[in-house]
Design a protein around this ligand. Structure first.
Ligand SMILES: [Zn+2]
Length: 85
């Protein structure tokens, strides 16, 4: 199911976490390969360079600035599940 950018940016894709604050999502086009942060839907997998993905940033209490990439396929499945609740 195709979604708009805004829908993708709604999230949230993760449970609220005491250790990570200032969580923000941005839609980006990757310039190189990145590991998708989600393994919830099977094997760990990569996001190809030049693919649109959700870039998540936050501030971890110990590690400082943290960031990760989530592919739109995983994001879409996550949103579908939330809507089904
Ligand atoms: Zn993924």
């Amino acid at each position: 199911m195709a979604r708009t950018d805004n829908e993708y940016l709604q999230g949230p894709y993760y449970e609220p976490d005491d250790e990570v604050s200032n969580v923000a999502y941005r839609l980006v086009t990757t310039r190189k390969k990145h590991e998708c942060v989600s393994t919830a839907y099977g094997q760990s997998h990569e996001i190809d360079a030049g693919t649109r993905a959700i870039y998540q940033t936050g501030i971890h209490v110990d590690d400082g600035r943290v960031s990760c990439y989530l592919c739109l396929a995983c994001a879409g499945r996550c949103l579908n599940e939330m809507e089904a609740l």
